[in-house]
Design a binder for this molecule. Sequence first.
Ligand SMILES: [Zn+2]
Length: 306
Amino acid sequence: MTALITSNFCLQHEMQDGHPERPERLSALMAHLDHCGLLQDLDVLEPQEATNAHLSLVHKNTYLTQLNEISPQIGLVNLNPDMAIGPNSLKSARLSVGAALQGVEMVLSNKEKRAFCAVRPPGHHAEESTAMGFCFYNGIAIAAKQALQHSAIQRIAILDFDVHHGNGTVEAFLDMPEVLVCSSFQYPHYPYRMQEVIRPNIINTPLPAMTTGLDFRKNIEASWGPALESHQPDLFLVSAGFDAHRDDPLGNLLLDESDFAWMTDYIVDFANRFSMGRIVSVLEGGYDLNALSRSVESHLIQLEKN
Ligand SMILES: [Zn+2]
């Protein structure tokens, strides 16, 4: 069975009016999973908030203090042109990180083989000392660093198929060859940094606007396949962004649900060979409510099936 780790509190994190990273992303997704009958097949769990010690695995203490000081009691404070912080933002962000940590704990203690974290805000753009791209704390990077403290885990793969490059995750593992980071992304496109890094453990897969599902699959197989074969990860972590969907307002790639099903199946095959099937997947982007809901459904069906 797959664990679905989610918290209603994540609905209380709000940004400016009309912002694409809105509470309805999560409420629509959960309503869809209930409606299509998938929710009943999953083990639904509430996360605990990540502690400061967890957040410090990736982020500088000065940055964490700065965020706490800026966090308002009421109203919104603008952090940068594309994100604001409200009274419930940091708690939602800590719960999002906590979900990833709990997913890792569950698969490493063999309570579950797979976990999907339906949380917001996302995390993969957050750098050591920078909130950006709607992200405060880099949950997937924190979960990877925590997992490496487990004696059974020597090598990890973080696979990021969000339409935006996972710059924060790449930054966190630049000098940690035990963590392979594979990121596919529209190029050129936001976030315009960390995309040209050359390291043996960083696999960047840039895709031009209007890339089709078929070309996406060919690029993934050619660039991620050999790296995964040689890395042989003990654990697979997934930054599952669904904004490469053709209906998404923030990207210009042409993927659909069948491509996300293929992507998931591809990861599951590697996980079954190398990591006893262990996969922890964390929601990142995806801003068209229908496309996001259907794409997560496809992702979960493949995680459950194999
Ligand atoms: Zn994205």
